[in-house]
Design a protein around this ligand. Structure first.
Ligand code: ZN
Ligand code: ZN
Length: 117
């Protein structure tokens, strides 16, 4: 949060030519954000969260069963084709203190879905 030194209006962070600047929406005053302060600004924080390596892992692994996946017969049915032979595996997708998510993949049509434990 930064206020305009000229008119006192709350300034908005904006990226100009790759640099982060605070711009006053009222009088147009601009002030460059020092690189040290950048880490703490809400804008760069949002950017970091959107690109965490953890999230990329979830997307990739959810579609590829690990070698430890087990074949289940008769206990789970594919919601798409009704086949009762599926691959099942567990994966930690959220915070470490939360229970892992159980994934299933239909051996017939390849449909993959998850079930929260
Ligand atoms: Zn201003
Ligand atoms: Zn299926």
């Amino acid at each position: 949060m930064k206020f305009c030194p000229r008119c006192g209006t709350l300034m908005r962070p904006k990226s100009i030519n790759g640099k982060l600047v605070f711009v006053c929406p009222k009088c147009g005053y601009e002030e460059e954000v020092p690189s040290k302060a950048r880490v703490a600004t809400p804008l760069s924080f949002t950017e970091r969260v959107a690109h965490t390596p953890k999230e990329r892992i979830i997307v990739v692994d959810a579609n590829a069963p690990p070698p430890t996946a087990q074949v289940l017969k008769g206990s789970v049915r594919c919601p798409r084709c009704g086949n009762d032979e599926v691959l099942a595996w567990m994966m930690q997708t959220r915070a470490a203190d939360e229970p892992p998510t159980r994934f299933y993949r239909c051996t017939k049509c390849g449909y993959t879905w998850r079930e929260y434990a």
